[in-house]
Ligand binder design. Structure first.
Ligand SMILES: NC(=O)c1ccc[n+]([C@@H]2O[C@H](COP(=O)([O-])OP(=O)(O)OC[C@H]3O[C@@H](n4cnc5c(N)ncnc54)[C@H](O)[C@@H]3O)[C@@H](O)[C@H]2O)c1
Length: 270
């Protein structure tokens, strides 16, 4: 068997839908996938940011398709994927990237706010996966990548809803992977560590010590950029990852399995 990098890790010609596609991470993913020759559909409920991001991408010579949908409403999601399929004739990959957070203690978080976080982060992921996998099942091929979080496995104050939603996304990932493993469809999660975007900008501005503490606990000694995750995403969307499914992969400068918040690596240098 002959190997070449271009076919092994290619997303060229694949139709990839990114939920939350006009957000900080989703739009960065879109740019990279467009550069690599994929057809990208940004799905988001925020029409204004969809217009802004698609305009910016088009201005860089990377035209992108957009789809407005509220991922907490299954009928809107089902109809949106039907429209995407109608326009492109296939759906090869889904990146579940839409997400929200409200940073409050359980005492202060209202029942509605708790529910909202679970609805977007968990049910939105479930609904998009259900709608997209219908087309992948017909094609006997597909890739689903869920953007989870280090927070799924690392509890921290004021994150009860976010952490629970992302831990549930991990469980959903492991289980859906077993359902689809014999159908040519892989389901994996990527867990990033902090990347500065709209989801956390206010928290970072209001509490600079928070940012510093996060940096201090990451073995790599810095927060993440979207670019840090792109290579892993491309691999998970490519044909080369066909036997890799049901995984939650931390792409986080080493933070998933260790932190350096207490003992700094330099303490041991000779
Ligand atoms: N930024 C980080 O530090 C970080 C770290 C770990 C995981 N994540 C996860 O990465 C994903 C992307 O986050 P981000 O940093 O780009 O945040 P972001 O706020 O920039 O983007 C989130 C996007 O989701 C969209 N969205 C929210 N609710 C929606 C709904 N009901 N229907 C459709 N779209 C909806 C928003 O309009 C927005 O475009 C999220 O799932 C987040 O939990 C982020």
């Amino acid at each position: 068997m002959k190997h070449d990098l271009e076919t092994m890790y290619s997303v060229k010609g694949k139709v990839i839908v990114i939920s939350g596609g006009s957000g900080g991470i989703g739009s960065g993913f879109a740019r990279a996938l467009l550069d690599l020759g994929a057809t990208v559909v940004l799905l988001d409920h925020n029409e204004e940011s969809l217009r802004r991001v698609s305009g910016e991408l088009a201005a860089c010579g990377a035209p992108v398709d957009t789809q407005t949908a509220n991922i907490t409403d299954y009928s809107s999601v089902e109809e949106s994927f039907a429209q995407i399929y109608h326009r492109h004739g296939r759906i090869d990959g889904l990146v579940n990237c839409a997400g929200i957070n409200i940073v409050k203690s359980l005492a202060d978080l209202s029942a509605d706010e708790y529910e909202q976080i679970i609805q977007v982060n968990l049910l939105g992921t479930v609904f998009c996966s259900k709608a997209a996998s219908k087309y992948m099942l017909n094609a006997h091929k597909g890739r689903i990548v869920n953007i989870s979080s280090l927070a799924a496995t690392h509890g921290k104050p004021n994150y009860t809803a976010y952490t629970a939603s992302k831990a549930a996304v991990n469980g959903f990932t492991f289980t859906l992977a077993t359902e689809l493993a014999r159908k040519g469809i892989t389901v994996n999660a990527i867990s990033p560590v902090l990347i500065v975007t709209d989801i956390n900008r206010n928290q970072i501005q209001n509490d600079p010590a928070y940012f510093e503490n996060v940096v201090n606990m990451i073995p790599a000694g810095r927060v993440s950029e979207v670019e840090d995750i792109v290579g892993l995403l491309v691999f998970l969307l490519s044909d080369s990852s066909a036997f890799l499914t049901g995984q939650n992969i931390g792409c986080d400068g080493g933070a998933q399995n260790g932190d350096v918040g207490v003992i700094k690596p330099e303490s041991y240098s000779a």
